[in-house]
Design a binder for this molecule. Structure first.
Ligand code: FMN
Length: 330
């Protein structure tokens, strides 16, 4: 029987959601995450890296929690260039993205676009690893247009000294439709061993228990949207002490306030701020009793004053509903 202390939770990277402001606030207020992964950085056509990407991985913006930065690279030159930038910023481990499913990325031979080409993956690793000293982990999907790619790709990866391999067992063309294919995950464990890390659609304790029942030797689970929707989720899975409802409300409120303060310093103009906060609430509203109404209030807010009213109402209802629940279950 696995002890809960053996359980490791990794926070998956999501562009435009799990940026450094989000990650830092989450680590400080909720805990329970063993490693945070930054959304990918990429080299632009002119050879440079976007300022926003560099800001996101700058170590002074990411203090006090373990962060693994991620690269999106389709050739050796980009792989080595991006890894060296991260090494120069003090990172001893980087993650290679072989999973991004969007055609704009895959058509250029990046992300999941590399999965039908195991020989290219092999060549990039053979050429790059001797030129860098950071440890390399890989996060991948099971294929580009079908699950067929993963078997050959896993056969290549197993021969390299990779620190970790994380599999989201959907192929790219599926995007987020259908369920992750557990048979494919099982077949890949047979090639890569039980160190393989599972990712995909873990949003409830029931989801986790079902997967744990199927893959008893897997100890590390990567979760993205499940944590965005319930920031307490890692602590719940780890049986860490749970706060009462009033404390929970305060932590969620502190989290929100830290986010809006961080973004108001970063973004220019209230319309950008409101758009960013709407994105935040598209997941955060799931932590509230009536997700639909909670999010609708935020979406309707046309300016900052109305936004603040909507936020206050959401938190009031959170407390009210919780009190109501308590009086019904004394
Ligand atoms: C909007 C969005 C952005 C994402 N950005 C990245 C990224 O930058 N790098 C990456 O490896 N995966 C990215 N992902 C994939 C997630 O890390 C994760 O693999 C996926 O959401 C499945 O896990 P989940 O069901 O726990 O969310 C992104 C997913 C979404 C929905």
């Amino acid at each position: 029987m696995q002890k809960s202390s053996d359980l490791k939770i990794y926070f998956a990277p999501l562009q435009e959601s799990t940026d450094y402001i989000y990650r830092s606030a989450h680590a400080r207020l909720f805990g329970g995450v063993d490693k945070y992964f930054a959304p990918y950085i990429v080299r632009q056509n002119d050879g440079t890296i976007k300022k926003s990407h560099l800001r996101d991985i700058q170590t002074s913006n990411n203090l006090g929690y373990p962060l693994i930065p991620q690269i999106l690279a389709g050739n050796t030159a980009d792989f080595v260039f991006l890894t060296k930038v991260l090494q120069d910023n003090g990172y001893g481990e980087i993650n290679w993205n072989l999973g991004c499913p969007y055609p704009m990325v895959t058509n250029k031979g990046f992300g999941a676009g590399l999965l039908p080409h195991p020989d290219t993956i092999k060549a990039i690793l053979e050429e790059s690893l001797p030129q860098i000293h950071a440890k390399v982990s890989v996060k991948l999907r099971s294929g580009l247009t079908s699950h067929d790619d993963i078997i050959k790709v896993a056969g290549v990866l197993k021969d390299f000294p990779l620190s970790e391999i994380i599999l989201h067992p959907r192929f790219a063309k599926q995007l987020y439709k259908e369920s992750p294919d557990l048979e494919i995950y099982r077949n890949t464990v047979e090639i890569l061993g039980s160190d393989l890390i599972y990712n995909g659609d873990i949003e409830t304790i029931e989801d986790y228990n079902r997967l744990k029942g199927l893959f008893g030797n897997t100890t590390t689970w990567m979760i993205g949207r499940g944590i965005l929707k319930n920031p307490f989720f890692p602590s719940v899975l780890k049986n860490l002490p749970v706060q009462d409802k009033a404390q929970k409300a305060k932590i969620l409120r502190d989290f929100h306030d830290e986010m809006i303060l961080g973004y108001s310093k970063l973004l220019s103009g209230n319309s950008h701020l409101l758009m960013r906060m709407e994105k935040f609430w598209s997941y955060f509203s799931f932590a509230f009793p009536d997700q639909h109404k909670t999010f609708k209030r935020i979406k309707k807010a046309a300016n900052i004053a109305k936004y603040e009213i909507a936020v206050n109402e959401n938190f009031q209802r959170f407390r009210y509903d919780e009190e109501d629940e308590r009086s019904q279950n004394p």
